[in-house]
Write a protein that binds this ligand. Structure first.
Ligand SMILES: Nc1ncnc2c1ncn2[C@@H]1O[C@H](COP(=O)(O)OP(=O)(O)OP(=O)(O)O)[C@@H](O)[C@H]1O
Ligand SMILES: [Mg+2]
Length: 368
């Protein structure tokens, strides 16, 4: 799939812009603080339903305006789509081909996105929540059912945690837990099992990615690290979940929150059998983050039959020549890529009709 046109109105510092994008490579150039990441963020928002930088919708609207619009014309294998998101501080309105929708879940899955930015080093260095988020955003984009499950799970977890606190503070009765346990186990087991399936697929793809970037010298191994006492077989996830809850009742009540479940899970990342999180060099960690993103591209392709749109924010300056070339060779002629940089010497392998260059200055974006 690729974005043919994008229209922005009052999105952060971008006042009104229409861009015709190349289906191949788009290079967005500008000094710091001009609006490059804002452009990528708006595309990410339309794909995933939320910004990667802010949880507050009003942050995304120009400070001097009340309403913002992001719209794309999307070309997919079997159809063209016009996706719009119109939002105020209080509400979001979605339109798909002029039909209005209310829920963000209606939007997700239409425009698939993979974003790679310098902060993705957190995928390796940061806490487990970064890796869970990586999995969740990726899977949600290709499976509306998973997105729905995840939201349901979050809701149940919140209720159950409140109840645990109340039981601890003697405001509620222990017996009430059983109902919430059942809901937690049912939904949580489905989330875990789906993630286990996805990690099985990613495992192979990420291994290939890492080998490619390092000329075969590094072997990446990914595993799903489940908080349940034994993941064992998928058919048993719910049984083990239940045992863990029952056996640790006292501790959960004492702590006042749920200590088992997909919200506590993680990914283990090993390179040549060494835990890359703890012992990897900065370069190896970067490579692994890139390998995970390349795996994500291939995963989405295998699930949907089309490559997603790739957003690369400021990452070229951080990669050495081999990694840069590998990345370009992966994307060229196959994956629409939008890349930002403060300056970029355009690699000579690129033919002129394969890319477009845009300059950004104080929120104005112009094709060169
Ligand atoms: N809601 C908003 N309204 C108006 N301007 C905003 C809003 N939110 C952020 N900005 C401004 O947008 C500007 C550009 O931000 P952006 O992150 O896109 O820069 P950038 O070009 O990616 O810079 P860098 O190269 O440093 O990453 C910032 O200077 C910021 O002050
Ligand atoms: Mg930026």
């Amino acid at each position: 799939m690729f974005i043919d046109k994008i229209l922005l109105k009052n999105y952060r510092n971008i006042k009104e812009t229409i861009l015709d994008l190349s289906p191949n490579l788009n290079i967005i150039l500008g000094y710091n603080g001009q609006g490059k990441t804002n452009l990528l963020e708006s595309i990410y928002l339309l794909g995933t339903g939320s910004s990667h930088r802010s949880n507050v919708d009003s942050d995304l609207i120009n400070w001097h305006r009340e309403k913002a619009l992001v719209q794309v014309l999307l070309k997919k294998k079997d159809q063209d789509l016009r996706l719009s998101l119109i939002f105020t501080a209080l509400q979001k309105r979605i339109e798909i081909n002029n039909t209005p929708y209310k829920k963000i879940s209606d939007l997700i899955g239409n425009l698939n996105i993979v974003l790679f930015s310098p902060e993705d080093l957190n995928l390796i260095k940061g806490g487990p929540s970064y890796r869970r988020k990586f999995l969740d955003i990726e899977v949600s984009q290709v499976s509306p059912y998973y997105y729905h499950l995840l939201n349901e799970y979050k809701h149940i977890l919140k209720q159950r945690n409140n109840l645990l606190k109340n039981i601890r503070d003697k405001k509620d009765n222990k017996e009430l837990l059983e109902v919430w346990d059942e809901k937690l186990i049912e939904t949580g087991s489905k989330v875990i099992n789906k993630r286990i399936d996805v990690v099985e697929k990613l495992k192979l793809l990420a291994r290939l990615g890492q080998r490619k970037i390092t000329n075969g010298s590094e072997n990446l191994k990914i595993d799903y690290d489940c908080s349940l006492s034994n993941t064992g077989k998928k058919e048993e996830t719910d049984i083990i979940f239940k045992q863990d809850l029952v056996n640790n009742r006292k501790e959960e009540i004492y702590k006042g929150y749920t200590i088992f479940g997909p919200h506590r899970d993680d990914l283990i990342l090993k390179v040549n059998d060494i835990d890359i999180r703890k012992f990897g060099s900065q370069g190896q960690q970067r490579t692994t983050a890139l390998a995970l993103k390349l795996a994500e591209l291939e995963f989405m392709k295998s699930e949907t039959g089309e490559y997603p749109v790739l957003l690369l924010d400021d990452v070229f300056s951080e990669l050495d020549e081999l990694r840069r070339d590998t990345l370009l060779s992966v994307v060229t002629d196959r994956i629409q890529t939008i890349i930002t940089a403060t300056d970029l010497s355009i690699p000579s392998v690129l033919k002129r009709d394969h890319y477009k260059v845009f300059n950004v200055r104080e929120g104005n974006i112009k094709e060169e």
